[in-house]
Design a protein around this ligand. Structure first.
Ligand code: GLC
Length: 429
């Protein structure tokens, strides 16, 4: 009895809220039922739900979340199927920064709808989501990885954060050996993303680029990856597997690496900014015991490299309610929501002014430190290889994974890779 009246009053309240909201926003009688599909790591879905609840309260629309596996590679495969089938059930897609050229035709051009806000975002990010003059997604957050290190362990063993991959190899090994001799049996030196998927493309691009080995396919379309500097770094990374890194690293994605690190079982970790807030949470064994620095430089390189990542929001051409879907995208990409996302989950904003926002910098000073890392980050060759990017990346991560698994040397696998990329390119990308 009591339960029923409570339910009724809740329902009545939300109807009232919708009526009030529709007066406020002028969208009377047009409350929509929307859906957004999103992959996730860490607390992404929890944060998204919180923001969608705010959106619902403000607009009277309702939104359901379709959750996807964490791997961007798995998401891409599914999204491509849904979009080619012109699926009307998904209104908004959370899309990886590399997908715009491949999926552009399935997304609504947001140029006009977002004309009032595009100028607030970093121009390079807007450009990355613009295909043939059409803005196909609005940025939600940007991404660039760093090297996480344990301040307590480095101090205890008299070490400093490594500037080169060779130093990282040596420091990780020395601390791991000393800790194990001291009874810290579970400790490893370095965790990263070694599974055969897009994340390995990001890691291996960083090794190669930081060793003067180019960026797989150069901005002008040249296939540059078959070179000695690239091979040298793949061979060095292969020595990590089963020594400073657990043998299982060949199956690790972001969350597996974070799991080992957050239990206190790694000296170093390569990961994206989302892992920062989580590593500092109350249930983390490394809370307050770590710092981040830019990733190291290769033995034959001059400049370190971080791969540019990031996630954006696109409206499906097959949505039955594009107006409301665009409203949702603008809300989730807005300064207010990006600010909360940065403070709560250390996701890097794409809105320039937020890097000078006192609340953001007060709550998460690391966001300010991350700015130069993301501004210098290297893009994957999704622009020059256009619709072929996914295949190019797959060939690249396969060559890297083979080398890491002891299945051929770096030089051998890169020679094969070059042949395969030439076949994919044929007469042009
Ligand atoms: C992060 C990046 C994304 C990248 C992915 C690889 O989510 O933001 O761009 O593709 O990692 O695992």
């Amino acid at each position: 009895m009591r339960l029923r009246s409570q339910t009724r009053s809740l329902a009545q309240t939300s109807v009232l809220a919708m009526v009030v909201a529709s007066f406020v926003t002028g969208t009377a009688a047009s409350a929509a039922d929307l859906s957004i599909v999103s992959g996730a790591v860490g607390r992404d879905i929890e944060e998204l739900r919180k923001h969608l609840d705010m959106f619902e309260a403000e607009t009277g629309h309702t939104v359901s979340i379709v959750t996807m596996p964490a791997s961007t590679t798995d998401q891409f495969g599914q999204y491509r199927l849904w979009l080619s089938a012109e699926n009307p059930d998904i209104d908004v897609y959370r899309v990886d920064v590399i997908w715009a050229p491949q999926l552009a035709n399935h997304f609504v051009d947001l140029t006009e709808a977002a004309a009032d806000v595009v100028g607030d975002h970093f121009p390079a990010i807007i450009e990355s989501q613009t295909v043939d003059g059409r803005l196909v997604a609005l940025p939600m957050f940007t991404d660039a990885p760093a090297l996480y290190y344990r301040t307590d362990l480095l101090e205890k063993h008299g070490a400093t954060p490594p500037a080169t991959w060779v130093e990282l190899t040596e420091t990780a090994q020395a601390i791991m050996d000393a800790e194990r001799a001291d009874g810290n049996d579970g400790i490893f030196g370095f965790v990263w993303q070694g599974a055969a998927y897009e994340g390995l493309t990001c890691n291996a691009l960083e090794w190669i680029k930081s060793n003067g080995g180019g960026q797989i396919v150069e901005p002008d379309g040249e296939i540059s990856v078959n070179n000695e500097n690239a091979a040298e770094m793949l061979d060095l990374a292969a020595t990590w597997v089963g020594t400073i890194s657990p043998p299982g690293v060949l199956g690790y994605r972001e969350e597996e690496a974070r799991g080992v690190w957050q239990l206190g079982n790694a000296v170093f970790m390569r990961n994206w900014p989302y892992a920062y807030a989580l590593s500092n949470s109350d249930d983390s064994a490394v809370q307050g015991l770590f710092g981040v620095v830019p990733l190291p430089t290769g033995p034959s390189g001059e400049q370190n490299a971080a791969t540019l990542g990031g996630w954006n929001l696109a409206v499906s051409e097959y949505s039955q309610d594009k107006e409301a879907a665009i409203e949702m995208v603008k809300f989730l990409a807005s300064a207010e929501i990006q600010k909360d996302r940065a403070i709560e989950t250390t996701r890097l904003p794409t809105i320039v002014s937020l890097y000078e926002d006192a609340d953001v910098l007060g709550a998460q000073p690391v966001i300010g430190e991350w700015l130069p890392i993301f501004q210098e980050a290297v893009p994957r060759p999704s622009a020059p290889t256009k619709a072929n990017y996914n295949q190019v990346s797959q060939e690249f991560w396969t060559a890297a994974h083979n080398t890491l698994s002891g299945n051929g040397s770096g030089a051998e696998n890169l020679a094969t890779l070059e042949r395969n990329l030439m076949r994919i390119r044929r007469s042009g990308w």
